[in-house]
Design a protein around this ligand. Structure first.
Ligand SMILES: Nc1ncnc2c1ncn2[C@@H]1O[C@H](COP(=O)(O)OP(=O)(O)OP(=O)(O)O)[C@@H](O)[C@H]1O
Length: 274
């Protein structure tokens, strides 16, 4: 599959908020003329404090909610202008991995069922054996081995890190070009987090997947991202290569975010042995 570029160009999203006590409604501009882009093989981070609009931007990039203005496009084709076939391709090419590993998998479904669902949905394989073969292949890619010992397990029979690997497995089934990971590692313990980040990076190298990592965890950003967007009140206030953002932040907000972060070098040494 040829390379694809996913971009949001000047997207804005406003939510109405009703205050029943005051008897009036106000508007919250969650995302305000924000532009970001990612290509396969990139590791892009979007950082900002809670409520800055990161998840709303992610939901627009995933086509889950429409932008009020501006466009989200894949390879120059706006989502809103896509025909059925293009939409199907987009749904396969752009995947997401969400936060809270325990809540994102259906507790009543085994790993086999949960993978078979997406394999069938995307028409990757048909027939029990072919579907199982694909499930095994995918579990191998996310490092859950021996693969067959995981097929019949329920989420509660997996550790937090293993559940996160199953979620990543579901995301890579349709051979995506881009994965949007919204706080995908935030809830995990330090050593588990490091393993998942390593897996994500392996998949980038082996499969050419590009990531948009949405997080408030700056040590993680410094460790894995190549390019950073800093978002404040829905606006991208600063962007640039990771090394530049960390060494020479220009915007006051970025300086404050970095100052509020724990000593990054110490955290990195502790977490990743650097
Ligand atoms: N469906 C919605 N209806 C009303 N307001 C919303 C909705 N979704 C988000 N908002 C508001 O939009 C703003 C941005 O929220 P968003 O969840 O995108 O921020 P965030 O940076 O992802 O925050 P967090 O890191 O806490 O998840 C917030 O003020 C939020 O309350």
């Amino acid at each position: 599959m040829r390379d694809m570029r996913l971009s949001a160009e000047s997207v804005t999203k406003t939510f109405g908020k009703t205050n029943r006590l005051a008897g009036k409604s106000t508007a919250v501009r969650a995302v305000d003329s924000a532009s970001v882009h990612v290509e396969p093989g990139d590791f892009v981070a979007i950082v900002g404090e809670s409520g800055s609009g990161k998840s709303t931007l992610a939901r627009m990039l995933l086509g889950l909610i429409p932008a009020d203005s501006g466009v989200v496009q894949l390879d120059g084709v706006p989502i809103s202008a896509m025909n059925r076939r293009q939409r199907q391709q987009y749904r396969a090419a752009v995947q997401c991995v969400l936060q809270d590993p325990s809540g994102s998998l259906n507790p009543r479904k085994t790993v086999r069922t949960s993978l078979a669902e997406v394999i069938r949905f995307h028409g990757i394989a048909q027939g029990r054996e072919a579907v199982e073969q694909k499930a095994i292949e995918t579990l191998s890619l996310v490092g859950l081995k021996p693969e067959t010992t995981y097929l019949d397990r329920y989420p509660h029979e997996l550790s937090g890190g293993q559940r996160q690997r199953v979620l990543i497995a579901r995301a890579i089934v349709p051979n995506p070009r881009i994965i949007i990971a919204d706080e995908a590692v935030s809830a995990l313990d330090v050593s588990v987090k490091s393993g998942i980040l390593k897996l994500m990076n392996d998949l980038r190298v082996r499969l050419g997947i590009g990531y948009i990592l949405i997080t408030h965890d700056l040590p993680v950003v410094k460790k894995v991202a190549d390019y950073v967007y800093v978002i404040k009140s829905g606006q991208v206030v600063e962007e640039g290569p990771t090394a530049q953002i960390f060494a020479d932040p220009q915007h006051e907000y970025t300086k404050t975010l970095l100052a509020a972060a724990p000593d990054l070098d110490l955290v990195l040494a502790d977490r990743f042995g650097e």
